[in-house]
Design a protein around this ligand. Structure first.
Ligand code: LRH
Length: 488
C-alpha cells in the first residue's frame, strides 16, 4: 500500500512543499507548493522572512490535502542560522541570515576566548565565519541584552518544528553545524559554551536525526482544518538529507552535494580530528545513525547564480540552460579563480570580481558570460579535486567514484569537468537528493524503511543516474598545477 509524507525544503533559490510517496519499492516525489525564500534587509541587517515562510508552510499543508492521508511532515534548511525564543515561547526577533555582516571579524575575536587548536579538537568543525558560534559571539558583543532575554536557541528547522508542534528540540544534524558540539560525544560542549560565556539554558535537548518531534498543535489543525499529523525531525540540515539519498553501494565513497554550496566529503562512523584535518580545515558534521560526514564546504553554484543576477541587473537575461550552452562553446582551461576567495562570498558584481581576480593573478581575463561561466565550472571542478586530495590524505583511502547529487548535476559541463579534474568516474543524480532524503528519513522514522542502506538501494532503483568518465588527462593535470598556484 502507498504511503505519503510531506517534505519542506528551504534553499537559497526557494522553498518547496513536496509530497513523497513510497509504494514499498520506489520513492516518488510530487511538487505541491513552491515559494521564494528571499532574505530581507532592514536597516542594514539581513533577515530571514520567517513569518512569511511559516505562512508558506501553512499553504503547503493546505495544498497537501489533495494527496489524501499524510503520515508525517519533515523540514530541512541550510545550516547555522537560528531564532531565539523567550520564556513565554515567543520569537524574540527575526532570525538573521548567515550572509549578514554581523560575523565579520568574529573568527579572530573567538581565538582570544579559546585556543584555536582546542576549539577545532573539540568541535571538529571547519572554521567558517558564518557558523552559529560566531553569530552568537557577535550577539554577545553587540546585543547581550537579547541573548540574556533568550530562553532557547532553535536552529531554523527546529524553529519551524517548534511553530508546528510546540516542542523545543535540537535535532542532531543541524546542531552539528553550530561549532558548539563536542564532535565525539555528539552533545553540546560545556567547554565551548563556557569559553564564550553563553547562557547554558538556551541549548535545547538534542534528539537523534530521524526521530519524531511531536504532532501538529490543535490550533494549527483547527486553523487549517487538517487532522493531527506527526512531525519528524528529519535531518534538519539539508546536506544530511542529500547525503541520505546518495545512491552509493560501497561503504567508503566520496559524495558531492552540489547546490548553492558544494559539500564534498565521505561518510564515517566516527569523526577524524587530528592535526592534518585541522590543517586542511575539514569539518565533521553529524547525520542519520550518528554517522559523521567528513567534508569540505566549498562555494558552489553561488558564483554562477550571482553572476546571472548581475547580468539581469545589466539588462541581459540568460536562463541557466543558455549559460551552460555559452560556457560549452567557450575555450577550455584558460583561467581559474579560487571559488572560496573572500571576495566571492557577498552578493554583487561577481563577473567583475572574477575578471579582477584573473588580472591580479596574471591569467587570461574572461570577458563574455560564456567565458565567465566556463571559468567558474572549471574552477569548481579543480577545487573538488583539491578537496578530494585533502580528504583522501586524512582517511588514507582511495575512492573510485564521486557521487554527485543536487541541482549541480543538471549541468553536464560541471559533471564532465568534475570527472576530468578528479580523474575518476562521476555518478550524477538524483537532482532532488535533499527532498528525497527528507522523505526517506521520514519513512525510516516510521519504520517503513529499515536502514540507510535500504534507502540508498531504493534511490538507486527509482532515480535517473548518469555516469561521466574522465577525459583529457594531460591537459587537466597541467591545468591543475596552474590552478594550485592561484589558490588563496
Ligand atoms: C548547504 C549548507 C552548508 C552550510 C551552508 C550554510 O546548504 O547547509 O552545509 O552549512 O549551507
Amino acid at each position: 500500500m502507498e504511503k505519503k509524507v510531506l517534505a519542506f525544503d528551504f534553499g537559497a533559490s526557494g522553498g518547496r512543499a513536496m509530497c513523497g510517496i513510497f509504494d514499498g519499492k520506489k520513492i516518488t516525489i510530487e511538487e505541491l507548493h513552491r515559494f521564494s525564500n528571499d532574505p530581507v534587509i532592514v536597516n542594514g541587517t539581513m533577515y530571514w522572512d520567517v513569518l512569511r515562510l511559516f505562512f508558506e508552510i501553512k499553504q503547503g499543508l493546505i495544498k497537501a490535502k489533495k494527496c489524501g492521508k499524510i503520515e508525517s511532515i519533515g523540514i530541512d534548511t541550510w545550516g547555522v542560522d537560528f531564532g531565539l525564543i523567550d520564556k513565554e515561547g515567543r520569537l524574540l526577533e527575526n532570525p538573521v541570515h548567515y550572509r549578514d555582516k554581523r560575523t565579520q571579524g568574529m573568527l579572530e575575536k573567538s581565538f582570544r576566548r579559546i585556543d584555536m587548536e582546542k576549539f577545532y579538537h573539540i568541535t571538529g568543525n571547519q572554521f567558517m565565519e558564518i557558523n552559529t558560534v560566531f553569530q552568537l559571539l557577535s550577539l554577545m558583543e553587540k546585543r547581550e541584552d537579547l541573548l540574556m532575554k533568550a530562553d532557547k536557541l532553535l536552529l531554523m528547522p527546529d524553529l519551524f518544528n517548534y511553530f508546528l508542534t510546540g516542542e523545543k528540540k535540537a535535532e542532531y544534524s543541524i546542531a552539528s553545524t553550530t561549532q558548539l558540539l563536542d564532535a565525539e560525544k555528539r552533545t553540546w560542549s560545556d567547554e565551548i559554551i563556557h569559553a564564550f560565556d553563553f547562557p547554558e539554558r538556551i541549548f535545547p535537548e538534542i534528539i537523534p536525526t530521524g526521530t519524531k518531534v511531536g504532532s501538529l498543535t490543535k490550533e494549527i489543525c483547527e486553523e487549517l482544518s487538517i487532522g493531527k499529523t506527526e512531525v519528524v525531525a528529519v535531518a534538519g540540515h539539508d546536506t544530511q538529507c542529500a547525503l541520505a539519498a546518495v545512491p552509493a553501494e560501497e561503504k567508503d565513497f566520496i559524495f558531492l552535494s552540489c547546490g548553492t554550496w558544494s559539500l564534498l566529503g565521505t561518510e564515517l562512523s566516527e569523526p577524524i580530528i587530528n592535526e592534518k584535518s585541522r590543517y586542511y580545515n575539514v569539518t565533521n558534521e553529524g547525520g542519520y545513525g550518528r554517522k559523521i560526514s567528513f567534508l569540505k564546504n566549498i562555494i558552489g553554484l553561488w558564483c554562477i547564480q550571482e553572476s546571472r543576477r548581475q547580468w539581469i541587473r545589466e539588462g541581459k537575461e540568460f536562463s541557466f540552460g543558455e549559460l551552460e550552452e555559452l560556457a560549452k562553446a567557450a575555450p577550455p582551461l584558460k583561467c581559474f579563480i579560487d571559488p572560496d576567495a573572500p571576495e566571492f562570498t557577498p552578493a554583487g558584481n561577481v563577473p567583475e570580481r572574477i575578471r579582477e581576480f584573473c588580472r591580479r593573478t596574471g591569467q587570461n581575463i574572461p570577458g563574455t558570460p560564456g567565458e565567465i561561466v566556463r571559468c567558474i565550472n572549471e574552477s569548481l571542478a579543480m577545487k573538488y579535486r583539491y578537496a578530494m586530495e585533502e580528504i583522501q590524505s586524512c582517511t588514507g583511502k582511495n575512492y573510485q567514484t564521486v557521487y554527485m547529487v543536487g541541482g549541480g548535476t543538471q549541468s553536464a559541463l560541471l559533471c564532465q569537468c568534475t570527472a576530468d579534474a578528479c580523474r575518476c568516474a562521476v555518478s550524477a543524480g538524483p537532482v532532488e537528493a535533499t527532498v528525497l532524503g527528507n522523505v526517506a528519513l521520514q519513512f525510516l522514522a516510521m519504520g517503513d524503511i529499515s536502514s540507510l542502506q535500504e534507502v540508498r538501494e531504493i534511490i538507486r532503483g527509482s532515480q535517473d543516474i548518469k555516469r561521466y568518465i574522465p577525459h583529457g588527462k594531460k591537459d587537466w593535470d597541467e591545468a591543475y598545477e596552474r590552478f594550485k598556484k592561484i589558490l588563496v
